[in-house]
Ligand binder design. Sequence first.
Ligand SMILES: [Zn+2]
Ligand SMILES: [Zn+2]
Length: 112
Amino acid sequence: MNQPMPDITHQRCHNHRRREAVARCPACGRFFCRECITEHEDQVLCAACLRSLAVPTGKPSDRLGGLLRLGHFLLGILILYILFYYFAQILLALPSDFHEGTLWQTGWWKGS
Ligand SMILES: [Zn+2]
Ligand SMILES: [Zn+2]
């Protein structure tokens, strides 16, 4: 067996000895075929490295956090809406003489 020089074009996939490698994993330095290499956040990684990378801080918690943030956001809007609604109701329920109230009749800002 006369193996060619370690050139990318003649490299074989680490998992599939018969397949030609198309990329090299920067994490482990091994060569992989198109099927074994994955693009992850603009980084090319092999499946094994991608797995080990994804273990500590998984995506599900991120998604959950986003959902929680969205929920808080919607809840905030709802609370604001309810507050404004009740504020309007209180204003409407107030006796009308309050609306024609004493404030502008006293004219404290005019100094009279
Ligand atoms: Zn790798
Ligand atoms: Zn492969």
